[in-house]
Design a protein around this ligand. Sequence first.
Ligand code: ZN
Length: 153
Amino acid sequence: MQMPDRLDDLYRDIILDHYRRPRKQGLLPAPDLQSTGFNPFCGDQVVLTISLDADGRISETGFEGEGCSISQASASMLASHLGGQTIEEAEALVQTFKGVMQGDELTEEEEDALGDIVALQGVREFPIRIKCALLGWTTLQDAIADYRKTQGG
Ligand code: ZN
């Protein structure tokens, strides 16, 4: 288990729970958005699939991956958090999370928006693990960029 030792116990438990019992596991058969992300520094991989409903909101997500506990737990948290969001809201969430990894202090609003995902903020104490935590999120960004291209945007 490649898990930093000094992460706060509560955060550790949340992250390990997502690692051991990943949510939203398995790829969707006909997703509207999909992308594959790879973190060569650690060997982590994530494939993310997303379906949209008629209003353009995220209706379902599914992911598969392999790699360290931080990368897979982060992808699980992200995938389980996206339901009901618009693409723009999902992008805003990515920006907030990237800010967290860069050491930004969260407003109460942002903390509420992230929910359990705040458990990952302890990872920023371990710079080598930040790319692991970000993998699912950068994969989501790539998926959105590809989707926009196919929409002619
Ligand atoms: Zn990793």
